[in-house]
Design a protein around this ligand. Structure first.
Ligand code: BDR
Ligand code: CA
Length: 320
């Protein structure tokens, strides 16, 4: 167990955040989850923090949950109720958590957690929402940066967007925060739409989950069913589980191909607000100097296989 990665997941659950957490929870041999922190994105901070607490207990994770930023750095929040529902989880209900929040200030909480790690130990940050908390952490407490193994985030795109033709939701929500995080010199893996839109489950797989008797598989089937009914997936044969790509990458990096390159975020507020400009002109720079690795391709069949395995594994765990 000593080789487990220490993880802080910063999220806005969110259907795919919820499924990402399931993947992490199914692999205690790989991950030591130190904390879950929340950030405004898919829904209001109150709703997504309640979801994070409920999910942690539902998956039987003994992990502190801290509440993060209620607003992006400069912009107004734009919740995605059309994609994730009024409650943020596709109207799927979970049992109410009993454990209280550990802190109302996720940024200060993360700082203390990271700086109190034993000498020489580092933490991996896994942000699956807008990057507000992480940008604040890096700017207010820059001393943490040396204690970060890497940031493995879901956000951005080297091709086209989802919330607008050029921007991905997490980056569009807080472009200024993203610009800070991509450019602080901290090793970062960007799991953007180029790979995440390939990584998901098919309509048949989702229907099977929804019909299952397992507590976890049925709920995940219902959440993804809600996604599929929405406008984002009207004509799609499968449903992407964007946020789960972060933990899948950490578990199985061999499923992905990526390249190091400079990434700049369009912060002007014009039509390209939140676009991640991934500079693929490799002849202009030394890749070793680029802290951001942009994932560009993924093995979608293996993703499906490992994701389904993790969901059923969690069903078994909940029975015992
Ligand atoms: C991202 O946007 C959110 O709606 C999802 O939870 C995911 O983090 C995908 O663009
Ligand atoms: Ca998310």
């Amino acid at each position: 167990m000593e080789n487990r990665r220490k993880i802080i997941m910063d999220c806005d659950p969110g259907i795919d955040d919820a499924i990402a957490l399931c993947l992490a929870a199914a692999h205690p041999e790989a991950f030591e989850l130190l904390a879950i922190t929340t950030v405004t994105g898919n829904q209001s901070i109150e709703k997504i923090t309640a979801n994070a607490r409920n999910l942690a207990e539902f998956y039987r994770l003994d992990v502190p949950v801290a509440k993060g930023s209620p607003v992006p750095l400069l912009r107004s929040p734009l919740p995605a109720a059309d994609v994730h529902g009024k409650n943020g989880l596709g109207e799927v209900e979970l049992p109410q958590a009993k454990k209280e929040l550990v802190s109302e200030n996720a940024v200060a909480f993360m700082r203390d957690l990271i700086m109190n790690l034993p000498e020489g130990e580092k933490v991996t940050l896994v942000p699956t929402g807008p990057l507000t908390n992480i940008a604040l952490l890096f700017r207010v407490f820059p001393e943490v940066k040396e204690r970060i193994e890497e940031v493995v985030l879901m956000g951005g795109s080297a091709s086209y967007g989802n919330v607008t033709p050029t921007a991905e939701f997490n980056i569009y929500e807080d472009p200024e925060a993203a610009q800070i995080v991509y450019n602080e010199g901290v090793p970062t893996v960007m799991c953007g739409l180029d790979v995440t839109r390939k990584c998901g489950l098919t309509r048949n797989q989702i229907a099977k989950l929804a019909q299952s008797k397992g507590e976890v598989s049925r709920r995940i089937g219902d959440m993804l069913g809600f996604y599929l009914e929405g406008k984002s997936y009207k004509h799609a044969p499968m449903c992407a589980i964007h946020d789960a790509v972060t933990f899948m990458y950490l578990l199985h990096p061999e499923l992905f191909k990526g390249e190091r390159m400079p990434v700049t975020v369009e912060c002007s507020g014009g039509v390209n607000r939140g676009m991640t400009i991934c500079d693929r002109r490799w002849w202009l720079y030394d890749k070793e100097d680029c802290p951001v690795c942009v994932l560009l391709d993924a093995d979608e069949l293996k993703f499906q296989e490992y994701m389904i395995e993790a969901i059923y594994e969690m069903d078994e765990r909940l029975k015992s």
